[in-house]
Design a protein around this ligand. Sequence first.
Ligand SMILES: Cc1ncc(C[n+]2csc(CCOP(=O)(O)OP(=O)(O)O)c2C)c(N)n1
Ligand SMILES: [Mg+2]
Length: 625
Amino acid sequence: MSINKTTDTAKKAAAKGRNVELGPAMSGSEILVACLEREGVDTIFAYPGGASMEIHQALTRSRIRTVLPRHEQGGAFAAEGYARATGRVGVCMATSGPGATNLVTGIADAYMDSVPLVAITGQVPQSMIGKSAFQETDIYGMTLPVVKHSYLITDVNDIPRITKEAFHIAQSGRPGPVLIDVPKNIQQARTQPVFPKGVRVRGYNPDRRASDLELNEIVGLIEKSERPVLYVGGGIITGDASQELRQFVEATQIPVTTTIMGCGAFPEEHPLSLRWLGMHGAAFANWAVNGEYEPHKNPADPLKKIVPGADLLLAFGVRFDDRVTGKVDKFGDGATIVHLDIDASELNKNKVVNLPIVGGVKPALARLVEMLKERPIEKTFGAWHQQLAAWKAKAPFGYVVTEEVIKSQHMRDHLKGRENEVILPQMAIEMLYELSRGEAIITTGVGQHQMWSAQYYKFKYPRQFLTSAGLGAMGYGYPAALGAKVAFPERQVVDIDGDGSFLMNVQELATAHIEQIAAKALILNNQHLGMVMQWEDRFYAGNRGHTYLGDPENRQQIYPDYVAMCKSFNVRAERVMYRKDLRAAMQRMLDADEAYVLDIIVPYTEHVLPFIPAGRTVADMIWKP
Ligand SMILES: Cc1ncc(C[n+]2csc(CCOP(=O)(O)OP(=O)(O)O)c2C)c(N)n1
Ligand SMILES: [Mg+2]
């Protein structure tokens, strides 16, 4: 056992009663697990291998629950699901090489959507690094562009400090993923650990606050405005500011639209909710922000605004993502834009705004509410609310069962003479909303079903809708549901998935069964990569470029057979074809106290509407069903 200078100093510090705890001598692996325990970690999603099995050995002696996913990507997504549902750090772990690279998509996802994640990877022994050793990959280098921070541990004595910093960095300020790469010799080295109680990272100051001067300016802008709109996002949820947002909205009567990341940040049934905006968002939200234009057939035609949109856009905890803005210079072009964000690097990045403010949304909204008590807004924005009501009435989310659907070969193949009993994907989600009374935690894959989930399930609470928004990673839904269900065993957790997305992490059915995690999956099975197919229909004259998922030799059959597949995993499942059977089947799924898959056969001919084609403006929005 070697105790180096760091430890000696720290030991002395401990002896002097400084803010540290001195542990008994143990291995690096044991120290790491002890650190996780001190961070309050109750669950880790971890898949072992040669370079991480030492840590698994230590985990067997810990009270931390280790969930064994059946693929590291599933483990990373599950950790994210846990983190998004709780707001606490999600923890996943993998071995070096392929185990580590399998985590990368999850890490990138956490980065894009600001999810607090600590990803631990085993690494080959330090003496082997750089020698193309068996299962060596430079995971530190590979993940550099998609982490908030990362560490390669080179001294066993650094484990407590690094772990403490990693958790602090992952969850403070704008949350994100932190990677800790641990060489095997460090895991095996022994020392007497010194656990710090506090943490300070030089140069890192996540607690930024807007000044009163800046906030006063916002109040002044509201007083001058006739048509204000709040455009809020995931920052409200990660910043735990929903309560303050609601108070601010009620004090000002300013309507709220959210990003997809922000779904649930403000109750979607509230009269001042404009639901979510952007490419597939509510037409009325897009008009509220941008104004209504004369329908625009040809991108070269001049734009003609017929009703003005917002004159003040309060962009709080958002990042002007292209799926929200479309053609960015036209976005909110009639408005004075205030952008408030904890991450200074987001300000003036995608959109140059009139008033950029660095600061956390929670303290800013709380302070604004206080200021408004002393200086209430005199206006009630009556005319603006009337205009918004007119837009809501003109273009609510809606769908119709068309002749095209009923007469399609696909429906004739599968419904066999009872095509009138067709289930549209939108209907299934509406029914889930009704039967779960809007209380379920919803996860999704990526595609049309994801957009319809956000449209037809109305979210009441923050952390209720867990979706891969920025990265758009298919395969996210079911493992994320497992993570959320582990965190909240008493709540209903339902993955609304696509057949393509579900198949990407289908192995996690084994995790669900073996670990007894009762997450449900509702597959909207259209036998296609529906969202890509929609673009084919709109922009490539319907030419199918490898978007059919069924068996081309046998189009009458649903392929693959998810019910048979679930059977092999010992997971309960049933297939529903006809509308008359849907309600009872869905109720059976919701009532089950174990994992359950409902495979719902739906047409592939539906398109998600509204639709603003990428890079275009609200004038190009297709919204009539
Ligand atoms: C990992 C990954 N690969 C490819 C894509 C591109 N992509 C976006 S949506 C989509 C189709 C998804 O199909 P499905 O899960 O069945 O959902 P649907 O659109 O049919 O509802 C594809 C292939 C992606 N988002 N993620
Ligand atoms: Mg599909």
